[in-house]
Design a protein around this ligand. Structure first.
Ligand code: CA
Length: 227
């Protein structure tokens, strides 16, 4: 049940030849197909043209800053992005996650850990993994949600929305990301469809005493409480 359904194509953007070699080897050993780029501009083009299923991105590239690349990829795509960073500052990590990265690893890292994180992101992205956060349970394959063991009856779009937020609990998703992730494209600027769906989900959760499961960040978007 946890195996990958097919070989995912992974784009690795990394200018350090030694790290690139190791990462490629480990990913290929794990059954992934690997495409690579050694600078940011090529990486962005490759991400657009080759349509990989996940991007591993070095933060320190010769031409473009990795965080900027993540932001640009995020403008048009919701593929998982894992950042490799030499920096260890908390503010950097928070900034990366808010800027659109799904996960990060600090160098030096164990290649096996990178592979494990890649698998987690792909499972989350493909939506097969059961998520348990405190009293909340999301079963993507059965499209079932429970709170405190009580079933929450969501419409298909409400389910997709909740499941989308659950890809990375605690991360604040803005409306554009939610629209792209759940509706597949940006909606009309004046559309309040995200807010309406969010209000419906909250109201259904409240019926099961599920208060505060979804957090609103004023002027930015929404996050699922991380536990
Ligand atoms: Ca580098």
């Amino acid at each position: 049940m946890n195996s990958m359904p097919e070989a995912a194509r992974i784009l690795v953007i990394e200018d350090d030849a030694d790290i690139l070699k190791v990462v490629r080897f480990e990913l290929e050993e794990a059954g992934f197909a690997v495409i690579t780029a050694v600078d940011g501009v090529t990486g962005l083009t490759t991400a657009r043209e080759e349509n990989p299923e996940l991007v591993i991105l070095d933060l320190g590239l010769p031409d473009l800053d990795g965080a900027e690349i993540a932001r640009r990829i995020r403008k048009t795509s919701d593929i998982p992005i894992i950042i490799l960073t030499a920096m260890d500052a908390i503010s950097t990590k928070v900034g990366l996650l808010e800027g659109g990265a799904d996960d990060y690893l600090t160098k030096p890292f164990e290649p096996a850990e990178l592979v494990a994180r890649v698998k987690v992101q792909l499972r989350r992205h493909r939506g097969g993994e059961v998520v348990t956060l405190g009293l909340l349970e999301i079963h993507p394959e059965k499209r079932l949600v429970r709170y405190n063991q009580k079933e929450i009856r969501l419409s298909p779009k409400e389910f997709e929305l909740l499941n989308f937020l659950a890809r990375q609990p605690g991360r604040v998703y803005n409306r554009e990301e939610i629209e792209r992730g759940v509706w597949g494209s940006d909606l009309d600027d004046n559309s309040n469809v995200v807010d309406v769906h969010m209000a419906n989900i909250r109201s259904k959760l409240r019926e099961a005493d599920g208060y505060g499961v979804i957090r609103t960040v004023r002027g930015i978007g929404y996050a699922l409480k991380s536990q």
